[in-house]
Design a binder for this molecule. Structure first.
Ligand SMILES: [Zn+2]
Length: 165
């Protein structure tokens, strides 16, 4: 799969892509030239909202996706449409914070590590192989799914338009 790197300005979008199960790294630099070198070295595709950076990246002849959309749902739909990604929402695959891979955790091993209420209420937990954070699909997951639904709705409309045009 194509490696993806997001410009720091799009950290929120990157976090949401990871929530959808898509692996995307945050650029570890803020300076344009360093970002460009990094992305080139990694043979990754750069996702940015910066027009200048996009121009510079194109001059260096690598793939870059310029995000003009302002709200999260439209950004998600645009990226999914352009890169042909599934944003159905696949919780439990990628750590939204560090882009590490998640694995299903043995609940017993988490006693005392997770808040008691969550530990009592949920049965499925995931831990990040890289940073060790623990995740579960609590009540907040409904709100997350709602935003993915909206993004998918926008994406479906984009596809319709393309077919017509
Ligand atoms: Zn992590």
């Amino acid at each position: 799969m194509q490696k993806l790197v997001a410009d720091i300005m799009l950290a929120k979008l990157a976090r949401w892509l990871r929530l959808a199960g898509i692996s995307i790294e945050d650029a570890p630099y803020v300076e344009d030239s360093k970002i460009i070198d990094y992305v080139k070295r990694k043979k990754a595709l750069l996702i940015t909202a910066d027009v200048m950076l996009t121009g510079r990246a194109k001059k260096r002849k690598f793939r870059v996706l310029l995000i003009k959309e302002k709200d999260l749902e439209h950004q998600l739909a645009f990226v999914a449409g352009e890169l042909d990604l599934d944003i159905g929402g696949y919780p439990g695959k990628i750590c939204p914070i560090c882009n590490g891979k998640l694995r299903k955790a043995n609940k017993g091993s988490l006693a005392g590590k997770v808040r008691k209420i969550a530990y009592g209420r949920y049965s499925e937990f995931y831990t990040c192989r890289k940073c060790g954070r623990v995740y579960w699909h609590g009540t907040h997951w409904n709100a997350i799914e709602k935003r993915f639904k909206e993004a998918n709705y926008i994406l479906a409309r984009m596809h319709k338009k393309k077919k017509k045009g």
